[in-house]
Each structure stands twice: as C-alpha cells, then as structure tokens.
Design a protein around this ligand. Structure first.
Ligand SMILES: Nc1ncnc2c1ncn2[C@@H]1O[C@H](COP(=O)(O)OP(=O)(O)OP(=O)(O)O)[C@@H](O)[C@H]1O
Length: 139
C-alpha cells in the first residue's frame, strides 16, 4: 500500500491543503495498486475515452460517458473503503453484518457498472452499426 514514510504514523488533522491533497492522492494510488477491479475499470475507461475521440462524441455524449466512468470509479473506491473497515473491525473473522456491508457495497459497484454499460451501448452501438453499414457499402 503506498504510504509516505514521513507521515506514516500521523493521526492528528492535516495542517495544510497541500498535506490533505497529498494524502488524498495517496488514496488514489492505494486503491489503484491494491484493487485489481479498480485497475480493470481504469483500463476499460481509458479505452472507452479513446473510442470517444475516434467517434467524435458530442458534448452531451461526453458528459454521460464521463459521468458513468466517474460513478464506477467512485463506487469502487467506496467499496474498497467499506471492505477495509470490515476487515479492520472483524480482524478477518466471519461476521454476518460484515458480509452484509461488503455485499451491499459490491452491489453498488455492480449497479454503477450496469449503468455504464447501458450508457456505453446507447452511445456507441448506433455509431458502430452506422460504421458497419458505411464500410459494407463502400467495399
Ligand atoms: N469478515 C467477513 N465476514 C463475512 N463475510 C465476509 C467477510 N469478509 C469477506 N466476506 C465475504 O466475502 C466476499 C469477498 O470479500 P473480499 O473482502 O475478499 O472482497 P473482494 O474479493 O475484494 O471484493 P471485490 O470483488 O469487490 O474486490 C464479501 O463480498 C463477503 O460476502
């Protein structure tokens, strides 16, 4: 887990905006390096953004696409937070309430991922079908 050695043991409040920002960015790095699913979401998001440029999306399409990407990443970060809280509180022992919390948090990620798939399909499918027929006619 990425952690700055100089601040490893800090428990009091941050003293400056820069310090808060530094820890927040450490949070990004932590979730990226610790969570396989988060890395997968980042890779897919990158590909979808490239596709967005290839298909020259309009402003509203970009807004929907970016909103769905950010929702998935945001939900994945909250899911990771809940997983860590449960692991800390239960010390990795089975607890029915811990299961409930982890399952509901994972369900929230799934919900945002389904939303992103629907948005992606609504934006890209018509363009791909159009491209397919255009290429078919020009061959
Ligand atoms: N302490 C616990 N008590 C009860 N059930 C647990 C506990 N820890 C994990 N589980 C169960 O195991 C599942 C997987 O938990 P884990 O923390 O390994 O999630 P994960 O594999 O990292 O999830 P994700 O696929 O979202 O990354 C949870 O959804 C939950 O059903």
């Amino acid at each position: 887990m990425p952690m700055d050695s100089k601040d490893k043991k800090q428990v009091e409040k941050n003293k400056s905006f820069i310090q808060s920002l530094d820890f927040a960015i450490t949070g990004w790095k932590t979730v990226y390096y610790d969570e396989r699913n988060f890395r997968k979401h980042v890779r897919v998001s990158f590909l979808v953004i490239v596709l967005g440029f290839i298909f020259s999306l309009n402003l509203s399409e970009w807004l929907w696409l970016l909103t769905s990407i950010f929702l998935v990443l945001f939900a994945e970060m909250l899911n990771t937070t809940f997983e860590n809280i449960v692991d800390m509180v239960t010390d990795y022992h089975f607890d029915p309430l811990g299961k409930k919390i982890k399952d509901v948090a994972a369900g929230a990620v799934l919900l945002t991922a389904c939303f992103a798939v629907v948005i992606g399909a609504l934006i890209f499918l018509p363009k791909m079908v159009h491209l397919f027929f255009y290429l078919k006619e020009s061959l």
